[in-house]
Design a protein around this ligand. Structure first.
Ligand code: TNX
Length: 766
């Protein structure tokens, strides 16, 4: 990985330094430019914080810094407003200096000298970012919210010139599926501020709960804010289970104002999202007259997309929304309001006389055009309040409403279409920005919605699609990480899912693309982890996960962290610092449980990897299949004989076929006595993974003439939900070179007739 080196820089009459800048400046997101100087600045109890008088935003930036510094150091720092910019900077002072010569509006220049610190910026926001950088320059202890004893508070002398790459740097939080208390929303905002995010997208309403008080419609929070119970497990589990507990929560307008103000002091603009026309079950439960059928409706207690949506033919809907948005616009001073627009099924509109009348009267082409009509009308309401509309990319279907900003989530096409039409876009594609997706092996992770998005993948994200020319690219405002909370019930879990992926995204959004280097990011992240440890952030430690791979009788173990040592055991016990380290591939001659973890500074910060290797006669042997798996290939060419068995929640090891029979023919390469053949299959009927109807094994010595060695019919109707089943055949020592297995597909799913999957793994031969 390339690193930044500062070569000989002649800086006024100070001594010349030759230093590896990035090893001293361990800030996330990585600043644009940093030159290290000699010495360091020490923050002491009598350090003074100077800021301009009569500029409230500047006072806010300075006071924020004083607040966090006081909390960590325990010092009572003195803030001193000045009237005119001081000509010389006094010893032991930290200066917030308005400076018109700093080019970018959110940019800053941070000068850390042994005697003083100066943060120069054109705007208070720039000064705030400078202060965040300074805070990180004091080291991980500065993350503490209680005084750290016996710490010295020094920051390496340097000059940092910095500004963001994108004007929109967002993080989102869904408070509908699960509700999070005011205190946590503030903490989340603090965490965003540290990473120089400037937008918080607050997803306040959805099918499962309306979470913002609207004075004119109190039933929204009274009825729409409560669901009877909540789904347990995954939405695709069959049969569904519920917890039987009422789940309620909403923010009063006073609380909203408090949070808006809190965010303002951290230079974060909140974008409220009020979902329409879909994801509206909670609102309809409160005011059923706003739906096409008139109800009754209930606040959703499971996850997904619901057919009952706001009626687009009813003028009352628009009156209601105008009233709601009037209150929302008054609460949120930012220029944007997000109106959702995603996942709106048109079933009800198709059958609704009022909607059909509207389509005819407005000469609309179809229901998609009706959705555009809906969004346009809402856009007019917003512009009367001086607000701009943001919507998910579905708002393009049926015609992109003029002036709307598109949030592109189903890939980047929506964003591309918007910028080609000369409108703004914010990128949040599921592929790189969905922090509700798994970040590591699902078998070891807490239950999540699905997907797979690693820290590295987030870091490698490029928000500007390469198909855009420069003029178009300017319309990409930035990107955003989304934290949908169907499977995220607690604040701790929000932190776990959001961090450190949000750290990576912050760098994608802030740092110039050519200054981004993954290896260097990971190095800085290790230090940043300590900062977050001091804040008590429950970030995911998957960075320290150990990966195992099996090849030709040997297991190799590796981890992302170049500084870590992988320790392992083969006796089923957890690795200890004294366990053997992984220096060369480990030979396996019998079935073994490998346990491994990454040792860093004498500790195991990550989790212990456990892999069961089944050493058997077919291990590593090649086989043929007449139907090839398209997506679920088990990750390796011969995954059915690779010694490791698929786990319940991870589809990584399973070999899956859709609407086809399995018929592997394994070549043992020599005539081999066979006692027993076992095979596992996965059942996940909610995911359309069904058991085979039967499994039969055959043996052969020439690969052409096969003799049946046993057949098992599976009692498929008893196998629902999620489970792993094993089927074994005793062959009593018969000698054979080839083994063929035929697993017959289930066929179409009951009721729906959908194509089903068959997932097998590890055909083990003893
Ligand atoms: C799709 S993203 C949704 C949300 C879900 C999310 C889960 C979007 C605009 N709609 O309602 O929570 O997927 O990943």
């Amino acid at each position: 990985m390339r690193r930044l080196f500062a070569f000989l820089f002649f800086l006024s009459n100070l001594s010349i330094v030759f230093a590896q800048v990035s090893s001293v400046v361990t800030v996330i997101p990585q600043p644009v430019q940093a030159y290290v100087r000699e010495g360091k600045f020490e923050l002491k109890a009598d350090t003074r914080i100077h800021f301009p008088q009569g500029k409230p935003d500047w006072a806010t930036a300075a006071q924020y810094f004083m607040g966090v510094a006081q909390a960590a150091t325990g010092f009572q720092l003195t803030g001193l407003p000045f009237q005119t910019t001081p000509a010389s900077l006094r010893e032991n002072g930290i200066y917030f200096l308005p400076d018109e010569t700093v080019e970018r509006s959110e940019g800053y220049q941070l000068e850390i000298m042994p005697t003083f610190v100066a943060i120069r910026a054109r705007t208070a926001a720039g000064a705030f970012y400078g202060a965040q950088t300074l805070r990180q320059m004091f080291g991980p202890n500065m993350g503490s919210s209680t005084p750290v004893k016996d710490s010295t508070w020094t920051a390496a002398a340097c000059i940092i010139t910095d500004y963001p790459r994108f004007p929109y740097r967002g993080m989102h939080l869904d408070v509908s599926r699960h509700f999070f208390p005011v205190e946590f929303i503030k903490r989340y905002i603090d965490l965003l501020a540290i990473h120089k995010f400037n937008y918080f997208h607050w997803h306040l309403t959805d099918d499962q709960g309306w979470r913002i008080e609207i004075k004119k419609y109190p039933r929204l929070h009274q009825i729409g804010g409560c669901r009877e119970e909540t789904l347990v497990g995954h939405a695709t589990d069959a049969p569904p289970r519920f917890d039987g507990k009422k789940y309620c929560g909403y923010y009063t307008q006073d609380e909203v104002r408090e949070i808006v103000e809190y965010a303002r002091k951290r230079f974060i603009t909140i974008i409220p999202e009020i979902e329409m026309p879909g994801h509206a079950s909670a609102a309809l439960a409160a005011y059923p007259e706003l739906g096409c059928t008139g109800g009754p409706y209930e606040v959703a207690k499971t996850w997904g997309v619901f057919e009952d949506v706001f009626c687009a033919g009813n003028d009352k809907t628009f009156e209601f929304l105008a009233d709601v948005l009037k209150e929302v616009c008054a609460l949120f001073p930012g220029e944007y309001v997000h109106i959702g627009g995603d996942e709106c099924p048109k079933t009800r509109w198709k059958a609704c006389p009022k909607c059909q009348k509207r389509i005819a009267a407005e000469k609309l082409k179809d229901e998609d055009a009706l959705q555009s009509y809906f969004i346009r009308r809402v856009g007019e309401i917003l512009s009367r309040h001086g607000k701009k509309l943001i919507g998910w990319d579905e708002i393009i279907e049926g015609g992109l409403p003029a002036g709307a900003t598109v949030m592109s989530w189903r890939g980047t096409e929506g964003g591309v279409a918007a910028v080609r039409a000369g409108q703004y876009a914010i990128m949040t594609p599921t592929s790189h920005c969905y922090f509700d997706y798994y970040q590591s092996d699902p078998a070891q992770e807490p239950l999540a919605i699905g997907g797979f998005l690693t820290l590295q993948r987030v870091y490698d994200y490029e928000p500007v699609p390469s198909t855009l020319i420069e003029e178009e690219a300017r319309f990409i405002l930035g990107a955003q990480g989304n934290v949908w909370t169907e499977y995220i019930p607690t604040p701790q879990q929000v932190e776990y899912m959001a961090f450190p992926r949000a750290c990576a995204l912050s760098e994608v959004l802030w740092t110039p693309a050519n200054k981004r280097a993954r290896g260097d990011f990971l190095r800085r992240l290790r230090i940043h982890f300590r900062f977050m440890d001091n804040m008590g952030v429950n970030y995911a430690r998957s960075y320290y996960d150990v990966k195992a791979s099996y090849n030709g009788g040997y297991v190799s173990l590796s981890t992302n962290d170049a500084m870590a040592q992988v320790k392992y055991t083969l006796d089923g016990s957890d690795p200890k610092p004294t366990s053997p380290g992984m220096y060369s591939p480990i030979p396996l001659s019998k079935s073994t449980t490998v346990k491994a973890a990454a040792l860093v500074d004498g500790k195991f910060p990550g989790r212990v990897l456990t892999v069961h290797y089944l050493v058997h006669k077919a291990l590593g042997k090649p086989y043929t299949l007449s139907a090839q798996p398209m997506q679920y290939s088990g990750g390796e060419k011969y995954a059915l004989t690779n010694g490791s068995i698929g786990a319940l929640r991870s589809w990584a090891n399973w070999v899956g076929l859709q609407d086809a029979d399995f018929d592997p023919v394994i070549d043992l390469e020599n005539t081999t006595p066979i006692q027993k053949i076992s095979v596992n299959f996965l059942v996940g009927t909610g995911h359309l993974i069904y058991p085979p109807r039967s499994i039969e094994v055959f043996t052969s010595n020439d690969g052409e003439n096969f003799t049946s060695a046993g057949k098992r019919d599976i009692r498929v109707d008893e196998l629902v939900g999620n489970r792993i089943e094993t089927v074994s055949f005793n062959l009593g020592g018969v000698g054979a070179r080839y083994i063929k297995l035929v697993a017959r597909r289930y066929g179409p799913a009951p009721k729906t007739g959908d194509k089903t999957w068959l997932f097998l793994d590890e055909i083990s031969v003893e």
